[in-house]
Design a protein. Sequence first.
Length: 228
Amino acid sequence: MRSSSPVRVVSLSILLSAFALISCSDDTPQVVVEERVAVNSTTATTIQQTTTTQPSPTTTISDQVSSTSTTELENIDPLLTNAASLSTGGLGPVAIGMSLSEAEEAARVSFVLSPGGSESCRSYSPASGAVGVSFIFNGEKLVRIEILSGPIKTRSGYGLGSSKLEIMNAFGERIQESASGDNISYVPVDKKDLEKRVIWQVDENDIVTSLRSGIVPHIAPLLSCLGE
């Protein structure tokens, strides 16, 4: 009979002792499996469609007027009215020698171009205010003012309906009568005004039918723009 090897006996004994310790111990090691849960956070992306209302463009109307415009003149009372009086210098606030824009601004009323004429002779009438009036321009210059109807008179009070005799008696030597006798002219004595005139046109009964103011030679013909 073969005897057991001392080494094997000792080894077995050690193993048995270790097993016994493990079995009886309350502190059996626990294998803890840590379960890591990877949470994929799904972010719900909400696309919010925002409708942006663009403000309507604002239209700005600028006062483009460097001088008095026709629209402005239509909205104010004219300074040139039937109360104005005619003289060798002009009619009321409108002076002989003014440009069209200057005359309109002075009269505070727009002028309406009459048909016909040319660049050297254009006739205008005020849109409102004074009636029976025509302004004659040679190029850019006012050269003649005609009173063809209405109540406007000279500063001395002579207009349509006045008699030639009373005007001649009032001014004496300053009045010149035409060769045909159909008109009389007031001639200034001041040197600076020698080319200016006021002319009353009369009928066969020597009664004034029209009057005009202006400068020579534009004042002379009965009809303005004669030959135009």
